[in-house]
Design a protein around this ligand. Structure first.
Ligand code: SAH
Length: 348
């Protein structure tokens, strides 16, 4: 299994049933425990419909993950909330809750740090410390529910767009998806979940083979290999052509159109030449493009594109009939916007 043997919240209902059967307990008990865990119980002691001897036995055998919120910051501009949480071994990771009219979206981290090394992103500073367990990814959803104790309360969408490269932690992320979408748990449907990747092509294929109906976002950021490799070392593997080929296979297998993310960086990927090449790359295919203003990361010497370049860029895409939108920037005043999350939290 993917968690540690004691990590009961990383278990599927079937695994939990098997564990409980080993203790001479019924499947019904296992289902009760699953529901408690996914509703945010922090210990077996809280599971008041289990007998005291059973609660004691379970406490001796398993660990219930329960992150400690170290800091909660709220944007004065748009109400976005950023959480910094301490995990069982002291690792600190960030997650963000964004408030939209149609409901709340939680942005979760999948790793403590990241080893992809993108030149513009705060999450890559300091490299990868470790993968998060399924329970640790799940806890970011469970404990972000605005109404404590309410199952799935207020969280309608999940984006795997926090710290880390989700496809670099493939097994645990797949397990997380299974758990968070379970009808007896948070019950978030796949169509309400987006996963963003820097473009690990073999893993994109593997995800496609799963047939899951989530939305795949791909961080593109440049239409040509020279620019993309400069910004994203992952591009060295097969380049833009291999990435697009894996996206086409993904679409063929799942029927889900892929979303591309493109952060406009002053003088780096925002020229008319880039726009024309991007239009050629995306034209006539079932993709969607999200243009993102570059968010500031103090350690990176990059600036967001100026208004004129953005307008010229967008104009060329429109002419090229590329389907695109501008992503709203949320939580920038609390360093909670795209690319600003970091292992250990911000230094304020
Ligand atoms: N590792 C995955 C998940 C991270 S999602 C991925 O690369 O997709 C975070 C998104 O924010 C990615 O699209 C990333 O490319 C983008 N991003 C990173 N740094 C940024 C910055 N400084 N400004 C705007 N977007 C940024």
């Amino acid at each position: 299994m993917t968690g540690t043997p004691f990590d009961i919240k990383s278990m599927t209902p079937e695994e939990l049933r098997a564990e409980l059967a080993g203790l001479g307990e019924s499947g019904f008990r296992a289902d009760q425990i699953f529901a408690w865990l996914h509703r945010g119980a922090r210990s077996f002691g809280e599971m008041t419909d289990l007998s005291k001897p059973l609660r004691d036995k379970l406490s001796g055998l398993y660990r219930v993950s329960a992150p400690e919120t170290v800091r909660r910051r709220e944007s004065a501009i748009d109400g976005t909330v950023k959480y910094l949480r301490r995990l069982g071994d002291g690792e600190l990771v960030e997650s963000v809750v964004m408030r939209y009219r149609h409901g709340n979206t939680v942005c979760v981290s999948s790793q403590a740090g990241c080893r992809m090394g993108c030149a513009f992103c705060a999450s890559a500073l300091g490299g990868l410390s470790r993968n998060l367990l399924p329970s640790e990814i799940l806890d970011q959803v469970i404990f972000s529910a605005p109404a404590p104790g309410g199952r799935g309360a207020g969280i309608s969408n999940i984006v795997l767009m926090g710290i880390g490269e989700p496809l670099d932690n493939f097994e645990n992320v797949m397990r997380f998806l299974e758990l968070v979408s379970h009808p007896r748990g948070m019950n978030v449907g796949m169509r309400h979940i987006s996963l963003s990747t820097c473009g690990l092509t073999e893993k994109v294929d593997k995800l496609g083979e799963s047939g899951l109906q989530l939305t795949l976002s791909v961080s593109l950021h440049a239409p040509d290999d020279e620019t993309r490799t400069r910004l994203m070392p992952v591009n060295k593997a097969g380049g833009v052509a291999a990435l697009m080929a894996s996206c086409r296979r993904y679409f063929a297998r799942t029927g889900r159109r892929v979303s591309f993310e493109y952060a406009l960086i002053d003088g780096v990927n925002d020229t008319k030449g880039h726009a024309r090449e991007l239009a050629r790359l995306l034209r006539g295919e079932p993709w969607h493009l999200n243009l993102i203003p570059l968010n500031r990361v103090a350690e990176r010497g990059l600036r967001p594109s100026g208004r004129e370049s953005v307008e010229a860029f967008a104009g060329i895409l429109t002419e090229g009939r590329v389907n695109f939108t501008f992503r709203r920037r949320l939580g920038a005043d609390i360093d909670a916007a795209c690319g600003q999350l970091r292992r250990g939290g911000d230094s304020r």
